[in-house]
Design a protein around this ligand. Structure first.
Ligand code: F6R
Length: 227
């Protein structure tokens, strides 16, 4: 795993430039929402994703379509409305049969895999909505959210916060040819130190990235201050 720690003021520009470097015809991407990637997304050129397929990393359950706290809404307003992708796929949490929906989404991802997965780091070490205790073999599925993750959802305007979600599985994420973990701010310093220097454990799902052949952590100096 490569760890890049960048000055706060250079972080978004550097990550956005590296991201645009990766883009090419037919690239298949998984993109996270949340606060961390927004400064990067806001720097991308309007045609950056014109030939890419984007898969949404995860979605909260129980919020109505179009709710500002839904991951789909967040990704559209932070990125896709301004920078459209050739194709955009997302898990349909309103589906009547969620087991069938999880299989549909998993099959869609597996049919070509992911070239690059862009992830954020949860305060409890989650990746996507793969909460502590999620193993590397867990597929795309419905998950129950921990109190920390529900608190995170409150920050996105989901009040009351959802108690479940549909998570792209670690098996699909870890099969991506390249995985990026974006981490910023002092509140993530302790958990990031654990991801990089602590034991590799399902209790801290992001630590499983250390077994990935092509994983990069893009941290700013605040998040990287304890490593
Ligand atoms: C978002 C997601 C979450 C967030 C993580 C960090 O799609 O899957 O794993 O990436 O909770 O959230 P922020 O960036 O808001 O601190």
């Amino acid at each position: 795993m490569r760890v890049e720690v960048l000055p706060v003021e250079k972080w978004a520009g550097t990550v956005a430039a590296e991201f645009e470097d990766r883009l090419g015809p037919g690239l298949r991407l998984c993109l996270a929402t949340g606060a961390t990637p927004i400064p990067v997304y806001s720097l991308l050129a309007s045609d950056a994703l014109a030939s890419s397929t984007v898969f949404l990393l995860d979605e909260f359950g129980g919020l109505p379509p179009g709710h500002p706290g839904r991951c789909e809404t967040m990704l559209r307003s932070a990125l896709l409305d301004r920078v459209p992708a050739r194709e955009f796929h997302f898990p349909v949490v309103d589906a009547t049969d969620l087991e069938i929906e999880c299989r549909r989404y998993r099959d869609l991802i597996d049919d070509g895999g992911l070239d690059l997965a862009v992830l954020g780091l949860g305060m409890n070490g989650h990746l996507g909505l793969n909460e502590p205790g999620s193993g590397a073999q867990q597929p795309t599925r419905v998950v129950e959210l921990t109190p920390e993750t529900r608190d995170g959802a409150r920050r996105y305007g989901a009040n009351p916060p959802p108690n479940w979600g549909l998570a792209m599985g670690l098996v699909e994420i870890l099969a991506a040819r390249e995985v990026w973990l974006l981490v910023t701010g002092p509140t993530k310093a302790e958990v990031l130190d654990g991801v990089v220097n602590g034991p590799v454990t399902e209790q801290l799902p992001a630590s499983l990235l250390r077994g990935h052949p092509n994983a990069v952590i893009w941290a700013d100096e605040e998040a990287g201050s304890l490593m």
